[in-house]
Design a protein around this ligand. Structure first.
Ligand code: NDP
Ligand code: 8X3
Length: 250
């Protein structure tokens, strides 16, 4: 039975991936800040598999190291890391950007991903085996108006994904990115700071991807034979041709 760590398991893509992995028999270490949601998920998924939860903010370097070090013996043999925790804060032209939003996006999406990876990679190196899935975005492939710093953070994930793959090559560790387009989660609620109207409008008039669609793809990626590494996978709703071209009739 394989063990997977999933960050950002409390909602959206991370939650759906946790559910899918549980149904497919993975042992799970689920991470996020909202402890109540983690506990609820643990209760639900424990029917299917063994679940350990870790509540921490990926921005807190010491806490990340402490929490990963605290993983009990029976969960310590980690096969899969899904670096999913992340979000956007604001959608403003660069000249109006809020510096706290910039810090949050770079600290969570880039530095948080690095801290969690730094804590998990030594165990994978020791056993010369593992699989790291970095959740990037179409925003890591192209920049769209007002997306500036969020797009920069996801371009950084794209670069880190490539760098990890190069540096870990030869150690039995697979590294790949899954880059979703518009996916209906709590992403836009966070981006627009709880403005439900604005958030809803993002997904109106077309069929957005659902978090289960991405979970399905992540499960596909981690279940390929060992010699197959899906290095970089981009997926969009059929209605979406790019970050700026969206067929609202679809
Ligand atoms: P959600 O807002 O639904 O989920 C985000 C998850 O990240 C939550 O579980 C949240 O948990 C966790 N998280 C956020 N900040 C922190 C933090 N500081 N420390 C620890 N955990 C944190 O959004 P999505 O599911 O859509 O986002 C998941 C990933 O997918 C992100 O990396 C996002 O950039 C990416 N993505 C999303 C797309 C979309 O259109 N939705 C498209 C492309 C990529 P908690 O708040 O409990 O800490
Ligand atoms: C999330 C997709 O287009 O809102 O990464 O940036 S988008």
């Amino acid at each position: 039975m394989k063990t997977a760590v999933i960050t950002g398991a409390t909602s959206g893509i991370g939650k759906s991936t946790s559910i899918r992995f549980a149904l497919e028999g993975f042992k799970l270490i689920l991470c996020g800040r909202r402890t109540d949601r983690l506990e609820q998920l643990k209760t639900e998924l424990s029917v299917e598999t063994s679940v350990h939860i870790l509540s921490f903010d990926v921005r807190n370097r010491e806490e990340v190291m402490k929490q990963i070090a605290s993983i009990p013996e029976e969960f310590k043999d980690i096969d899969v890391l899904v670096n999913n925790a992340g979000n956007a804060h604001g959608l403003d032209p660069i000249q109006n950007g809020n510096i706290d939003d910039w810090d949050a996006m770079l600290d969570i999406n880039v530095k948080g991903l690095l801290y969690v990876s730094k804590a998990i990679i030594p165990g994978m190196l020791e056993k010369q085996s593992g699989h790291i899935i970095n959740i990037g975005s179409t925003a890591g492939k192209e920049v769209y108006p007002n997306g500036n710093v969020y797009c920069a953070s996801k371009h950084a994930v794209d670069a880190i994904n490539q760098g990890m793959r190069i540096d870990l090559n030869g150690n039995g560790i697979r590294v790949g990115a899954v880059n979703p387009g518009l996916t209906q989660t709590e992403f836009s609620d966070v981006r627009f700071k709880g403005d439900a109207n604005k958030a809803e409008k993002v997904y109106q008039g077309f069929q957005a991807l659902q978090p289960e669609d991405i979970a399905d793809i992540i499960h596909f990626v981690v279940t390929r034979p060992y010699h197959v590494n899906i290095a970089d996978l981009t997926v969009m709703p059929t209605a979406q041709a790019s970050s700026t071209i969206l067929d609202k009739k679809a």
